[in-house]
Ligand binder design. Structure first.
Ligand code: RI2
Length: 318
């Protein structure tokens, strides 16, 4: 049966896939909003028709990008709150659930920022990788506390999301030095902290984040510079509690090299993994809205938040 998916859901999914909408927290919000739009626009006549539409919408959103668990966690949250025996009650509860999710998301980032800011001292220099709104929230909260900070921003090939970080930091009046990724080790001697985000965190405390994070973490450990991941609890990956690994997205080769340059070089393989895995021993702490955790102990928080429940509402009719 072909089930109607609202045009807004299709548009949000396309934007996530193309990275017009990017960043794990932003993707989660967009997915929850899209499910609310699906619920509002549905002209389903029966509860089972409504649920089938919501499942189809969830699948469309889920199949966009595989690594950031905030996306399936957002879908799970909305489905958990969707309850009722009539189309109207299902519709209203889905919309309410999506709104609660988005409000919690915003609060979580603010709370996380305040916790992360406690690690930063007046006059510190912070090195960043990619663009993470969770990591930025820590810097913003520290500035609000009256601390002066400066930043060394890695450009983060291939998509240069470091440029977004640099722009946001300049909007906050933070002095920024932009460097190429391969210059990171040289500049580690000049920084007090490395601060990164996460797309997913595994039960053993491994941090899955933008490609280049793992190498940066190893170098930071070698130079004795603390490295911290700022990640709301929606980045915790429940499937990893039962032994699953996190799928690493491979993106288009054209992000690495344009066709003309490639043709000039001759026959080559090009690979473009978007994320890597930093083992817990190279990460000093994971800062969440629930407090700061040594990576190895994050599983206790995961058990508390998720129990054993790993519903997959994009697979089964709810
Ligand atoms: P926030 C991004 O992935 C980066 O890897 C970033 O560290 C992470 O999401 C978290 O971002 P991408 O979407 O949720 O740029 O902290 O591939 O904003």
């Amino acid at each position: 049966m072909d089930t109607a998916v609202a045009p807004e859901v299709e548009a949000v999914a396309a934007d996530i896939a193309s990275m017009e909408t990017r960043g794990a927290a932003t993707i989660a919000r967009a997915a929850a909003d899209a499910l609310a739009a699906q619920a509002r626009e549905s002209d389903a006549e029966t509860p089972s028709e409504f649920r089938a539409e919501m499942t189809a919408a969830a699948r469309t959103l889920h199949d966009t990008r595989p690594t950031a668990v905030s996306l399936p966690n957002a879908l799970r949250y909305v489905f958990q709150g969707m309850d009722g025996t009539t189309v109207e009650s299902l519709r209203q509860s889905a919309v309410d659930s999506a709104e609660t999710f988005c409000a919690q998301l915003e609060r979580a980032q603010t709370d996380l920022g305040e916790i992360g800011a406690n690690r930063l001292r007046d006059g510190d220099t912070v090195m960043t990788h990619c663009h993470s709104t969770d990591a930025l929230a820590c810097i913003e909260a520290a500035l609000d506390q009256g601390k002066e900070l400066s930043a060394i921003v890695k450009e983060t090939r291939p998509r240069n999301q470091g440029h977004i970080t640099a722009q946001r930091l300049r909007e906050l009046d933070v002095p920024v030095t932009l460097i190429v990724d391969s210059a990171a080790r040289r500049y580690l001697d000049e920084v007090d902290h490395v601060l990164v985000g996460a797309d997913s965190i595994a039960a053993d405390g491994s941090v899955i984040n933008k490609i280049g994070t793992a190498g940066l973490a190893v170098s930071a450990r070698e130079r004795g510079v603390p490295i911290v991941t700022a990640a709301q609890t929606i980045k915790l990956h429940p499937d990893t509690m039962t032994g699953h690994t996190v799928e690493i997205e491979t993106r288009d080769e054209a992000e690495v090299i344009d066709d003309e340059s490639r043709a000039e070089i001759g026959e080559i393989e090009v690979e473009n993994p978007a994320f890597d895995v930093t083992p817990p021993r190279y990460m000093d702490a994971i800062v969440t809205e629930r407090g700061q955790f040594p990576p190895e102990s994050i599983v206790t928080l995961m058990r508390e938040l998720f129990g054993e429940a790993t519903a997959r509402p994009w697979e089964e009719p709810a």
